[in-house]
Design a protein. Structure first.
Length: 515
């Protein structure tokens, strides 16, 4: 394996040897220990993608503590909820984000705040961050400054390192308050199996050159970056996804592996052909994607461009990965998310609570046998509510074909029932996105006196806007009549989080508030 001194982590113009990053993590671990952080404690991290995020997470893990990444898109009240819910002892925060933290909560809970200077590359990616005046350390009682605090502590000896739990990832809270997915420590046997899984399914192997373009507060980018610290020759963090910058980084660093979401594919494909051809992406060996359904035409175009290097997996924060699909498998069965990986079980349960026959839709329940069990922190009832025996559901609807390949129809809560017929919006959205004049779209159900629900398509137009009639005509040529939305609206943008997850609750609320 390449020595730590010769491996590096890159963020913007900064490049740090992995050995130096681990040294800072060991210093931070010693400092956290002095603050009373120990096994099972929570260290909250409110930072954008940056090297210090990895140092802080690694430091918490060395003490057997849980790193709790916070979504900095949340409102202050939502961040306050997560901080209180996870019982954070320490909060490590970028200076320009400190304004999101209610000061009274910090004082009331006795949370020690460690202030990290917002790095130049983050300020460049987020212009609003550059306008925030970072308060001096000490302005709030108990606040420490990251660099000075690190310098005061000798590195924690390797012999004092404890088994590290996975980060506690809080769900997006699209239905109620966010829930913290807190996993038990793996046994030695489970850890060995998980390491093999990450090597064989995620391709997190020694010597890779890894690019992480998505926010580290999400589960997959978090796992990829933390494991990448251990195995990658080069780990490149993008402070914010930009399609052309992504291509430039792939070419500059000869990236071999990356983890993406479908909206990133869409943005890449929208680049002018001249821009796309200007960059060499031939170094890519594995492009993994998940988190949301990928429209078939989008994936087909990405395969034509990048080659047979696109892999898809399916799973949830609660279950981890349970299927994987190669390019070749997807081309045989367009739309599939693959077959169960070794150690995974999947059952499709119909509306009557019985196993569904092959080819029939139902709710997907699953389990990865060697993944340590989890609970929702302080919400045991919610944990039992997603279980069926030892299987867990993420609320998705799907079916399995005769060869065992899984297909996802939609989210259970996003399914529209119109006139007693189940309609899956993701199917309609995929067809809409085939139109180059459609930049983004969402299909939801709205109240209808006759049918209970009616379909509404919300379209973000591209440069050449189509009429509602032209859009319906396109859909009518591809879909059954009952799947063609009766209502079409044009919006300038859609509410999405940083990994592209569409926040449909925000779209539905105005229509259902009076229903």
């Amino acid at each position: 394996m390449t020595p730590d001194s010769e491996r590096s982590i890159v963020s913007g113009s900064r490049r740090k040897p992995v050995g130096e990053v681990f040294d800072n993590a060991r210093r931070a671990a010693a400092g956290l220990s002095a603050l009373g952080v120990g096994p099972g404690a929570a260290v909250a991290i409110l930072m954008r993608n940056a090297i210090e995020f990895l140092e802080a997470s690694n430091a918490a893990g060395r003490l057997g503590a849980y790193a709790v990444p916070l979504n900095w898109h949340l409102a202050p009240d939502e961040i306050a909820y997560v901080l209180a819910d996870c019982d954070a002892k320490v909060l490590i925060v970028h200076g320009d984000l400190l304004h999101l933290i209610p000061r009274e909560l910090i004082v009331r809970q006795g949370i020690t705040t460690i202030l990290v200077e917002t790095p130049e590359e983050v300020r460049a990616a987020y212009p609003a961050a550059a306008t925030k005046v970072e308060p001096p350390a000490g302005e709030l009682a108990g606040t420490l400054e990251w660099k000075d605090w690190l310098a005061r502590h000798a590195p924690l000896p390797e012999g004092e390192r404890r088994p590290a739990p996975e980060s506690t990832i809080y769900t997006s809270g699209t239905t109620g308050k966010p829930k913290g997915v807190k996993r038990k420590l793996p046994t030695a046997a489970q850890k060995a199996q998980l390491d093999r899984l990450r090597e064989e399914v995620y391709f997190l192997k020694e010597g890779i050159r890894l690019l992480v373009p998505a926010p580290l507060y999400h589960a997959a980018p978090n796992v990829f970056s933390l494991r990448g610290m251990d195995v990658a020759d080069t780990l490149v963090l993008m402070p914010k996804f930009d399609p052309e910058e992504f291509l430039r980084l792939v070419q500059e660093h000869r990236i071999t592996s990356t983890v993406m979401v479908p909206t990133m594919f869409v943005r890449l494909l929208r680049l002018p052909e001249k821009v796309r051809r200007a960059y060499d992406v031939s170094s890519l060996k594995t492009v993994l994607h998940a988190a949301a359904p990928c429209p078939p035409e989008v994936k087909r175009q990405m395969i034509d461009w990048f080659g047979p290097v696109i892999y898809e997996w399916y799973g949830t924060t609660e279950t981890s990965v349970v299927t994987r699909c190669t390019t070749e498998e997807w081309l045989r069965f367009p739309g599939t998310v693959g077959r169960p990986i070794p150690g995974a079980r999947i059952e499709i349960i119909d509306a009557d609570g019985r196993p569904a026959p092959v080819g029939e839709e139902g709710e997907i329940f699953m389990k990865l046998e060697f993944m340590p069990d989890f609970t929702y922190h302080k919400r045991d009832d919610d944990r039992s509510g997603v279980g069926r025996g030892d299987l867990v559901t993420g609320g998705d609807i799907g079916y399995v074909n005769e060869e065992g390949f899984l297909f996802i129809c939609d989210r259970k809560k996003d399914m529209v029932i119109s006139g007693g017929v189940n309609i899956y919006p993701s199917e309609i959205e995929s067809v809409l996105l085939e139109l180059p004049q459609v930049s983004d779209c969402a299909v939801i159900g709205i109240p209808d006196a006759e049918f209970g629900e009616a379909l509404l398509a919300i379209v973000v137009p591209g440069e050449n806007r189509l009429s509602a009639e032209a859009i319906r005509a396109h859909l009518a040529g591809r879909l059954a009549g009952f799947k063609v939305p009766r209502h079409i609206e044009f919006h300038p943008t859609l509410p999405r989080d940083d990994v592209g997850k569409l926040l449909k609750r925000k779209l539905r609320e105005p229509y259902w508030k009076k229903a």
